[in-house]
Design a protein around this ligand. Structure first.
Ligand SMILES: NC(=O)c1ccc[n+]([C@@H]2O[C@H](COP(=O)([O-])OP(=O)(O)OC[C@H]3O[C@@H](n4cnc5c(N)ncnc54)[C@H](O)[C@@H]3O)[C@@H](O)[C@H]2O)c1
Length: 330
């Protein structure tokens, strides 16, 4: 039966802990999801909290404890910086709320394992904010690969080249943690776990920030193939075939490819010189999947286990860069 005008439609109440740049995309996403509504938010800086609450027409809480105590909130989106994720995930789960937590989930692998333990103990779900894989093109690629339709995996490329100003980058970590995390969970979703990694980083565009604005790595995969990941805030790719955000898997019996470049609006994006329509679309699809599938008992497309593998690999990348080694991922 379709929704009759007077039939009760359950709308899931969501609260945001943290209302920085990424909250703008989740705010817009929730406006597009009939089964969800933003009840309220907390942000460390009160002026920003007030501005965002007014923008969304939602409540503003004085503390994160007050937010998680509100019975109108069923699920909490943890949207603060990575150093504080575990603290807020714990607060929300122990208050009986389900959680979606932005990437990178934690500072270390054991923080993500701790999130998993708390979620199990509290009987609530904790879902990684792994948005990039929430596009139908990538779900189709996942299925093709899983069915063996493109044969044995030869190689997987996840390449990101999107200029960001130093001002925008100033509150974010370097490319290894901030962007290679996206490349890694995307690679894991499509072609599985890595076994070894060799990585390098550089700074080509920042004048004041001391962290890297470019990082690349090559990985050996458990399935025997190889992967190449690139993460750059240093420059846009202005060529005729730009690798803005490009995912390609080549198999012995076929190939699949996905690119941000198929949907470009000239207007400036939140962090980018243009609007890459797919970026907002990945967040909207991720939030819809969380509400419509995960909260109803379905499995996330990318799990806490996948987040742990991604984080272990990030730590191996950091060791590879520091010591000039090819590092095994255990
Ligand atoms: N999925 C994506 O594509 C994507 C894109 C950008 C950022 N992110 C992630 O979203 C999160 C937030 O990033 P952002 O771009 O909104 O950054 P931002 O700098 O715009 O916002 C950071 C937020 O963290 C809060 N914060 C900082 N230190 C805090 C502390 N000690 N206690 C409480 N709150 C604190 C700030 O008040 C602010 O609300 C990060 O985990 C980041 O990796 C994800």
């Amino acid at each position: 039966m379709g929704n009759m005008p007077d039939s009760p439609v359950h709308s899931c109440g969501i609260g945001f802990i943290g209302a920085g740049e990424i909250s703008l995309l989740h705010g817009k996403a929730l406006e597009a999801i009939p089964g969800a509504r933003l009840v309220g938010l907390w942000n460390r800086t009160p002026a920003r909290a007030a501005e965002r609450a007014e923008r969304y027409g939602c409540r503003r809480y004085a503390t994160p404890e007050e937010l998680v105590a509100d019975p109108a909130i069923e699920a909490v989106f943890v949207l603060t910086n990575q150093e504080t994720h575990l603290q807020f995930v714990k607060l929300a789960l122990e208050a009986g709320k389900h959680v979606l937590v932005e990437k990178p989930l934690g500072m270390r692998t054991d923080e993500i394992a701790e999130m998993r333990r708390i979620a199990e103990r509290c009987g609530r779900i904790c879902v990684p904010g792994h948005n990039m894989i929430h596009e139908e093109g990538l779900a189709r690629a996942h299925e093709l690969i899983a069915n063996g339709d493109i044969g044995r995996i030869v190689s997987c490329y996840v390449l990101y080249n999107l200029h960001h100003t130093e001002e925008r980058a100033s509150t974010l970590p370097g490319m290894v943690r901030h962007i290679l995390t996206h490349n890694l969970y995307t690679m894991i979703y499509l072609v599985g776990k890595p076994t070894r990694v060799a990585a390098l980083k550089a700074t080509r565009h920042y004048e004041k920030l001391t962290r890297e604005d470019l990082a690349m790595c090559i990985l050996e995969l458990e399935n025997g193939g190889l992967a190449h990941l690139c993460a750059s805030f240093a420059a846009d790719d202005l060529s005729s075939d730009p690798w803005t955000f490009m995912v390609k898997v080549i198999g012995t019996a076929g190939t699949t490819c996905y690119t941000y470049q198929d949907w470009v609006e000239v207007k400036k994006g939140i962090s980018h010189s243009r609007t890459y329509t797919a970026y907002q679309a990945t967040i909207t699809a991720e939030d819809r999947y969380f509400v419509d599938v995960c909260l109803k008992g379905g499995s996330p497309r990318s799990s806490l286990e996948d987040a742990i593998v991604a984080q272990k690999t990030i730590e191996a990348v950091e060791r590879s860069i520091a010591e000039g080694l090819t590092v095994e991922i255990r």
